[in-house]
Design a protein around this ligand. Structure first.
Ligand SMILES: *Cc1c(COP(=O)(O)O)cnc(C)c1O
Length: 364
């Protein structure tokens, strides 16, 4: 571990996006297509540690064709949001949890740990420099994407001796309007996302690469998303390609699959469990099978299901399709428990409701 934390230097972008053009982009940013003027970048070299920390103009980075990441996919990332609170201050939601998870992912991918304070400082500094990039659309936020990849020029198979850590920011629109409608999901029978001992609990690009063919299969069957079952028995529901899953029952209780090592430990998942328990709801972290899901939806015991993650916050699941047929939760629209718990979380994130758990981290 490097002993001293690298201090960030700032090089302002000499050619920022023109104000009128930026205003146009921020009125309707969509998701992940618009980017700010700057990026954060820190280098790692074995023996030297983390160094050369900079906030710099956002631009393409040159990679040697033998750069390790291009061959063996040693790469991890994070995703979190910054909001403008009701009182105008900028704030992140539980960034310390992202910093910790980033290092857990680093450990699994045999990468060096990044000091949590460097992770947090890189984001704070970048958000300050790009503070004029908050979307003007209702419910908009800055989607922050820290990532790290192996950059040694070497084709041997071993952990890289060099890494780049970067942070980029994408202004994104709210999910308030579209988020009210429920999605359909496809139960993948031919593909799995993660196996015991694999990288399912790490936030690495490789997991996403492996999920794309299943997502394409879901699209072919007219579904918005894919839900993965466990690799060993194809019985237990695990999660979606990039979101955790919850079930709501007619007795008011909630259930979500346990973190068994094959599921990504979502910060939204954790936050929703905390909020639901504080409300007095019973929340079980227990395995749930696809057969039980079908049976409970048919009997009416299961009233709602939803997916959750930073990007889309909470997304109701209306319809589940598989080769065996199709079933709906309730009427197939968003359920009451889902929308209530979502609103609770969103109100804390936006500084509308009190923050009893100390989750909102202000940026001066
Ligand atoms: C990022 C991610 C989630 C959601 O995590 P959050 O911390 O809530 O954003 C869920 N599943 C997978 C596979 C993910 O990569």
């Amino acid at each position: 571990m490097a002993s001293a934390l690298p201090a960030f230097t700032l090089e302002r972008n000499p050619q920022p996006v023109a104000i009128a053009e930026r205003a146009k982009l921020l009125a309707d940013p969509g998701f992940g297509r618009v980017f700010t003027d700057h990026m954060a970048i820190v280098r790692y070299t074995e023996g030297k540690g983390w160094h050369d920390a900079r906030i710099a103009p956002r631009k393409p980075i040159a990679l040697d064709p033998a750069s390790a990441v291009l061959h063996y996919a040693q790469e991890i990332f994070e995703g979190l949001k910054a909001y403008r609170l009701a009182d105008g201050t900028m704030a992140m939601f539980r960034p310390d949890a992202n910093a910790r998870r980033f290092n857990q992912s680093a450990e699994r991918l045999a990468m060096p740990k990044l000091p949590e304070e460097t992770f947090l400082e890189s984001i704070r500094q970048l958000v300050r420099v790009d503070r004029d990039w908050f979307p003007t659309v209702e419910g908009g936020s800055l989607y922050i994407r820290p990532f790290m990849f192996a950059n040694e020029v070497f084709l041997g198979v071993k952990p890289s001796a060099e890494y780049l850590y970067l942070v980029i920011i994408s202004p994104v629109g709210g999910y308030f309007k579209s988020g009210a409608s429920a999605v359909s999901i496809w139960v993948s029978q031919s593909y799995t996302r993660a196996a015991p001992g694999g990288t399912g609990a790490a936030k690495c690009g490789g997991n996403y690469a492996a999920s794309l063919v299943a997502q394409a299969e879901a699209s072919r069957h007219g579904c918005d998303q894919v839900v993965f079952l466990d690799a060993a028995s194809h019985k237990w529901v695990e999660e979606l390609g990039g979101m955790n899953v919850f079930f709501a029952f007619d007795d008011g209780s909630l259930q979500t699959p346990p973190l068994s090592g094959t599921i990504l430990p979502g910060i939204t998942r954790d936050s929703l469990m905390t909020l639901a328990r504080a409300e007095g709801l019973t929340v079980r972290e227990e395995p749930y099978s696809i057969d039980q899901w079908r049976a409970d939806a048919a009997s009416g015991r299961l009233t709602e299901a939803f997916a959750c993650g930073t990007a889309a916050v909470v997304t109701p699941i209306g319809t589940v399709k598989s080769p065996e047929g199709e079933f709906k939760m309730g009427t197939g629209g968003p359920g009451q428990t889902t929308m209530r718990i979502k609103q609770k979380l969103v109100d804390i994130q936006h500084g509308i409701a009190p923050d009893p758990h100390g989750w909102v981290s202000r940026i001066d």
